[in-house]
Write a protein that binds this ligand. Structure first.
Ligand code: RFL
Length: 384
């Protein structure tokens, strides 16, 4: 037996799970396809929900984000009808986000896990999980030298994202999928934020978004044609288009800087039902993919990892299988709430027809004028 629990993937889900299991005295091993450098530097999410911070705090894993994270609580919508700002920490449940880049969180979780003797095999790609309907599942994986090996376990936790091996090995799952028909060019700029808020610009030319990642790094999103290659737009074109859509002429110029990273994202959502098949259990993007409109993906990953850790600890340490039996249903309740709000956000920020555009204007007007709509928005925007 390679370990009681073999975890696929060293993202937020796999690393939090590994930390919690290891501390509970459960023998676990993480298999990660990428190198340690790649894992520590991969820039993705940055907006942590209050619940995420509470979870990390509860387990003494919030040191880094308490030191370097910054509270964030404003978003600004820019449309043809003008702009309005919501200070969402004064609305809903009165809670802010914490801005802390995902690669920093991943680095903290990895450092902590290794410091207490946790095991990770990097450059090791899981190819398949077999025997999930038995009590001796096995992961087949290719190691750094190209050799294929087998890793038996009592449970396999699939935290290897949307294209991972766990999803492919979950035979009974139904995949509920929605392609929103929208594509974003996501860029990371070495430039200070241009506004003191998350910026959402609704424009005839398509959506544009602005999210701070730190004092010197800002993420921007630009809606583009489906099929656009990540490298297709020059930096000048990116900045020109962002300036037009964010209406820099009216509201102030953008702070420009070199583009550090770019990716094209098709906005898609899916949920696997169920998240467990025998000895194989899924968490994070492996369980449910969510479009990044409402910044829920990393937060759901953390929430599910804690739920799954508690369930596995109850099963393996206390011979109490109930929580693991309930894991899928409990996790899916959170996933569907996040999907529902994100779906609403997709339609708030994009429209595919004149009818949709009229609904979108009406939705934005409610958000601008109705306190109860604002409270609902705030509660869901920072919640998971
Ligand atoms: P991850 O982080 O993708 O980690 C999965 C890990 O599994 C490894 N892996 C494998 N390892 C072994 N064998 C295989 N066959 C493997 N296949 C994959 C991968 O190398 C990786 O290390 O999944 P996890 O842990 O579930 O975490 C999910 C989050 O990373 C994801 O939901 C967020 O990044 C989504 N997201 C955002 N979420 C937020 O909450 N707030 C945000 O502001 C936000 N912004 C974003 C985002 C995602 C983005 N991209 C690139 C999709 C912005 C972007 C641009």
């Amino acid at each position: 037996r390679a370990a009681d629990v073999v975890i696929l993937g060293a993202g937020p889900a796999g690393l939090l799970l590994g930390n919690l299991l290891h501390r509970a005295g459960i023998d676990c091993l993480i298999l990660e396809r990428e190198t340690t450098d790649r894992v520590r530097t991969r820039a993705r999410a940055g907006f942590l929900a209050p619940n995420t911070v509470r979870i990390l705090d509860r387990h003494g894993l919030a040191g880094g984000l308490r030191r370097a994270g910054r509270e964030h609580s404003r978003c600004e919508f820019r449309t043809d009808d003008g702009r309005f700002t919501l200070d969402y920490a004064t609305l809903g449940r009165g809670e802010p986000h914490t801005v802390y880049p995902q690669q920093e969180l991943v680095t903290d979780l990895l450092t902590e896990y290794l410091a207490v003797g946790g095991r990770v095999h990097f450059s090791t790609e899981a190819l398949a999980v077999t025997g999930a309907d038995s009590t001796r599942p096995q992961v087949t994986a290719r190691g750094p030298d190209g050799a294929v090996g087998h890793w038996p376990a009592r449970y396999v936790a699939g935290c290897d994202g949307r294209h991972g091996a766990a999803r492919r090995s979950l035979p009974a799952a139904v995949r509920r999928h929605r392609d929103h028909g929208v594509t974003w060019l996501a860029v990371l700029a070495e430039a200070p934020p241009s506004l003191d808020a998350v910026g959402y610009a609704v424009h005839d030319r398509g959506f544009a978004g602005h999210m701070a990642r730190g004092p010197r790094v800002t993420r921007y999103y630009l809606q583009c044609e489906r099929g656009t290659a990540a490298g297709a737009w020059t930096e000048d074109r990116i900045w020109a288009e962002l300036s037009v859509r964010l209406r820099a002429d009216r509201y102030g110029p953008l702070h420009r800087g070199p583009i550090l990273d770019r990716a094209v994202l098709d906005l898609e959502s899916d949920v696997l039902e169920e998240l467990r098949h025998g000895s194989l259990v899924l968490a994070g993007d492996a369980a449910s993919l969510i479009s990044p409109c409402a910044a829920k993906g990393a937060n759901l990953a953390v929430l599910q990892a804690e739920l799954l850790a508690e369930a596995l600890i109850d099963d393996l340490r206390h011979a109490s299988p109930g929580p693991l039996a309930d894991y899928s249903a409990r996790a899916l309740a959170h996933v569907w709430r996040a999907q529902e709000f994100t779906h609403w956000m997709v339609h708030l920020l994009h429209s595919a027809s004149p009818f949709d555009a009229a609904l979108q204007r009406s939705r934005l007007a409610s958000l601008r004028t109705s306190r109860s709509a604002q409270d609902w928005f705030a509660e869901n925007y920072v919640g998971v």
